[in-house]
Design a protein around this ligand. Structure first.
Ligand SMILES: O=C(O)CCC(=O)C(=O)O
Length: 324
């Protein structure tokens, strides 16, 4: 199903309110960034900064098919850009990748002084309160990389601006997550990733994936995509040189959503481990209501999720509820 396109802030906002993905065509057309951020610009202005880039055995990042670990290592941005241009010369696939999570203009509400000069060249998409903007990621890539299907762990709303080049994307509603073979919190620190290799979806192995709707489209230069919190996403980088700015917001209305995804997780956990839970608890969780007959159990479960999530904590969570 094609993601709809709009050309005005008013129309765009209606989708954001309903938490439905949408493309704002030509949103960044007047940005200086759109006009001047090419390969030469980055070489000249930021060539010496150090970046954590990835190399993988194929064009997908991270490459969960590979038996070897994908490799992240530091180099200068100039060296990375050099590799990007030479891999374009030789074949269509770029095995190098620099994720926007690894090159942040704003990182956890703090601006990166090394990248602050870039702020002159674009404006913040003003759809939420400024102080709820948590991260701004800068993605710079050649033709070919694909990001592995995942959702963003911090449940942020994502405004994805294609400054230059283009990207194909596909998105899935979090309601479809049970049919998308997520790795699972107890199995993997990469629990926000799916087991599906989107480049070659094997329905024989993953039959449930037939039941989901794929929302897809192409982001052209200056377009902005809205990815609502918790939607799964994967991109394929299409241009010879692609630059993208991703704005991750923790807007107020996220709070409900966060709670909701914790509830969904608790339900799946209870089912997965066949934990004896009162029907009332399950019913009310599935009905998205917070009040339950036995609130102590729910409170105990939810308290684990109030803390910042990390894998060790989930292991501990697992052993605690299993021994109860
Ligand atoms: O551009 C990509 O390949 C991935 C983008 C992404 O995961 C994000 O914006 O959260």
């Amino acid at each position: 199903m094609e993601v709809q396109k709009v050309t005005s802030a008013l129309e765009f906002e209606k989708f954001v309110e309903r938490k439905m993905p949408v493309i704002f065509e030509g949103y960044a057309i007047n940005w200086d960034a759109h006009k001047k951020w090419d390969m030469q610009f980055f070489k000249e202005n930021l060539g010496d900064i150090k970046v954590d880039r990835m190399r993988s055995t194929s064009n997908i990042h991270p490459d969960f098919n590979s038996t070897k670990d994908w490799e992240t290592y530091e180099s200068s941005l100039k060296e990375y850009l050099q590799d990007v241009s030479s891999s374009n010369d030789t074949n269509e696939l770029s095995y190098y990748f620099l994720a926007g999570d690894a090159l942040k203009i704003l990182c956890n509400y703090e601006y990166n002084p090394l990248l602050e000069a870039l702020l002159r060249d674009f404006s913040l998409p003003g759809f939420y309160q400024k102080d709820t903007l948590k991260n701004i990621g800068l993605w710079i890539s050649g033709r070919g990389p694909v990001s592995w299907l995942h959702f963003d762990k911090d449940h942020s709303d994502n405004f994805n601006v294609q400054v230059g080049g283009s990207k194909y994307f596909c998105l899935f509603d979090p309601k479809d997550a049970p049919n998308l073979y997520l790795k699972g919190m107890l199995e993997s620190p990469y629990y926000n990733f799916s087991n599906i290799d989107i480049r070659n979806l094997d329905y024989a192995q993953m039959p449930n994936a037939k039941n989901v709707i794929k929302h897809e489209g192409v982001l052209n230069p200056a377009d902005m995509l809205y990815i609502p919190a918790d939607w799964l996403h994967s991109f394929k980088h299409l241009g010879d040189f692609n630059v993208n700015l991703t704005f991750w917001w923790m807007s107020d209305h996220q709070i409900y959503n966060k709670l909701k995804s914790r509830e969904d997780y608790i339900v799946s956990l209870i089912k997965h481990f066949k934990i004896k839970a009162p029907d009332a608890l399950l019913n009310s969780l599935e009905g998205n209501k917070i009040e339950v007959e036995d609130p102590t159990i729910l409170r105990k479960l939810i308290s684990y999720f109030e803390k910042d999530t990390d894998f060790e904590m989930f292991k501990q969570f697992e052993s605690n509820i299993m021994s109860d």
